[in-house]
Ligand binder design. Structure first.
Ligand code: AGP
Length: 620
């Protein structure tokens, strides 16, 4: 996700825009840019790679006058993070400038059409296609900018929050949204637009939240047909009455979206971030998954004798889940390696091996080194990463970005579920192409993938109840987490979440392993979390729970909605909706994220920045 901000009014726009970008930097920070129209009607665009401070240095000796402008801090989705791909983007005539937060899925088709009309492009972005389409529409339909924006957006498939300037109309700012947030702030004779209210809150508490497929035209002086200077209409030009609301939240609360911590915000973002992650890839209507990284390298996967997955921490847990899925659907042997071990143990690596490297940050030193080793042996490297242009995707042969936006909380949550989703999509693509999974099974899982975001919403509705009973466990010095099959890695992930933010020792085990030693630990003082959805070896897990209860253990169980067996023997029960076994980790991990979060909060721990930890371990 990116951050957009715009200003139109009586003050100098530049300082307001720069301060606004700093407020939005948590949304993305790989490049930044600003577009301004000065008093002489000159439209200037300044852009810099890196953080907003780089843009400020670049603009230090530039003409930054003007009382209208738009600015953008980028989280790259299409095109490397560099100055050319940074926003704002000019139209071909350089009369228009646009900023955009979102993903235009059909940008390639739109771009080809414009190229046939003679348009050329400087960047690799979907955003530049949009501004060219708007200009092309305006010139060919002889309409005002607002109408051209409406007509162009009618052709767009995907998500957008845009703001656009026209140097021939320095008293007008046009914005629109669908699927990405957009807020309008109303001051005294001045207007603001932004991705959220953080850039606006210090100037006004009067805001309008723009709805999907709405276009807003803000203007001062004689720019507007309406005297209050605000026009809102749908992209099909159905007029909407502006609904002005009063902003209640403080700045700090706003940056966290009203949540007390980034981690809780990111846990609750997962329905949307998984939707973003699947956007343009899982097409439920066409019963199909399209992963460009797989399509472009099909033979490598189909001919692979073995797949090696290398990662660290939570990403390693995602890799473990992928092992179950790839072996079940594609019947290719999978080995999951801790990168730190893999890079030093002199592993046997063959040229026809496929190595999948998983990393949220794309900068983990051990995983980077593991990739270099595998590359040196001729293996094909496919990376799953959340940061476009990071070191790991740059050294990989291909890959798949998770597109969940910056994950600020050190404890990984939304990146994990997106990694599992991407790996499941990959396993399904390989299995279908190899013919090693039935069409019925493939279709059933693809359709269920489309249901997962809504099912996560249902799990999140239990947040308050999980918060309540979490308070009873803050005394615990140790936890054990148990799961089987696809949910064994979920047990490991749940244990890691608790360890890293509450500092309570926790271990994850395959549930059947209890009998081989750990059951000696069972006591009333050590809670046992058991992931026991209705799938696979459910009856075996029930027996494991009974063994624990027989020794007076305290059990917290994650079960499928309507469970009537475990819910009678466990001490605490959290229900998740029924789903495919291979997709159950996407639901069963949510209660464990919330459990760890609430226990850590009650213990007064620094949830977003736990002691001794860093968000990206770029050293050995
Ligand atoms: C997860 O909650 C931790 N922050 C940590 O284990 C993390 O998953 C690990 O350091 C790997 O990071 P990466 O995904 O950025 O490579």
């Amino acid at each position: 996700m990116c951050g957009i901000v715009g200003y139109l009014g009586k003050r100098n726009a530049y300082p307001i825009l720069i301060k606004g970008l700093h407020r939005l930097e948590y949304r993305g920070y790989d490049s930044a840019g600003v577009a301004l129209i000065n008093e002489e009607g000159q439209l200037s665009v300044y852009k810099a790679k890196g953080k907003v401070s780089e843009l400020e240095s670049f603009c230090a000796d530039k003409d930054t006058r003007g009382n209208i402008g738009i600015a953008h801090t980028r989280w790259a989705t299409h095109g490397e993070p560099n100055t050319v791909n940074a926003h704002p983007h000019y139209s071909e005539s350089e009369r228009l400038a646009i900023i955009h937060n979102g993903i235009i899925e059909n940008y390639a088709v739109l771009k080809a059409g414009l190229q046939q009309e003679g348009y050329t492009f400087k960047s690799e972005t979907d955003t530049e296609v949009l501004v060219q389409l708007i200009e092309y529409t305006q010139l060919n339909r002889h309409v005002e900018l607002k109408t051209a924006v409406q007509l162009a957006l009618q052709q767009v498939v995907g998500a957008y929050a845009i703001a656009i300037l026209d140097k021939d109309h320095p008293d007008t700012l046009i914005a629109a949204r669908k699927g990405s947030p957009l807020v309008v702030g109303i001051g005294e004779g001045e207007y603001f637009i932004a991705s959220d209210a953080t850039p606006i809150v210090e100037y006004t508490d009067q805001v309008i939240y723009i709805d999907d497929e709405e276009v807003v035209k803000l203007c001062t002086k004689d720019g507007c047909t309406k005297d209050e200077g605000i026009e809102i209409a749908t992209i099909n030009n159905v007029a909407k009455t502006p609904e002005i609301k009063r902003l209640e939240l403080s700045l700090s609360q706003l940056e966290k979206g009203g949540y007390p911590h980034f981690m809780l915000k990111e846990i609750f973002e997962q329905p949307r971030t998984l939707t973003d992650s699947m956007r343009g890839r899982v097409n439920v209507r066409q019963d199909n998954i399209a992963l460009s990284g797989f399509i472009d390298n099909k033979e490598r996967f189909l001919n692979a004798k073995r797949i090696i997955i290398t990662a660290c921490g939570t990403s390693w847990h995602a890799g473990l889940i992928a092992m179950y899925a790839i072996e079940e659907f594609a019947q290719i042997p999978v080995e999951v390696e801790y990168s730190s071990e893999f890079r030093y143990r002199k592993p046997v690596i063959n040229k026809d091996d496929v190595v999948i490297a998983i990393s949220q940050s794309g900068e983990t030193a051990d995983t980077l080194a593991a990739i270099q080793l595998a590359k040196s042996k001729g293996a094909f490297i496919f990376s799953i990463c959340n940061v476009v242009g990071a070191s790991i995707p740059r050294v990989s042969d291909s890959g798949c970005y998770t597109h969940v936006g910056p994950e600020i909380g050190v404890a990984s949550t939304k990146a994990f579920t997106a990694q599992v989703t991407a790996l499941t999509m990959l396993a399904l693509c390989i299995g279908r192409e190899k013919g090693t999974m039935s069409e019925d099974k493939y279709l059933s899982i693809v359709r269920e993938l489309g249901q997962i975001p809504d099912k996560i919403e249902r799990v999140l509705e239990q947040n308050a109840r999980i918060s309540d009973f979490s308070k009873t466990f803050t005394y615990a010095q140790n936890f054990i987490y148990l799961g089987r099959g696809y949910n064994y890695p979920v047990a490991l992930e749940g244990a890691l979440k608790l360890k890293e933010i509450s500092y309570i020792h926790a271990e994850g085990y395959p549930a059947a392993e209890m009998k081989h030693g750990p059951i000696a630990l069972i006591s009333q003082e050590m809670p046992v979390v058991v992931v026991a959805p209705h799938c696979g070896t459910y009856e075996k897990v029930v027996s494991n729970i009974q063994e624990i209860k027989a020794r007076k253990g305290k059990v917290i169980a994650v079960v499928t909605e309507g469970d009537e067996i475990v819910s009678k023997i466990a001490d605490y029960v959290i229900e998740v909706p029924q789903t495919e076994e291979s997709l159950s980790p996407l639901l069963t991990v949510i209660p464990l994220q919330l459990l760890a979060y609430h226990i850590a909060v009650v213990k007064g721990c620094d949830v977003d920045q736990p002691r001794n930890l860093a968000k990206s371990v770029t050293v050995e």
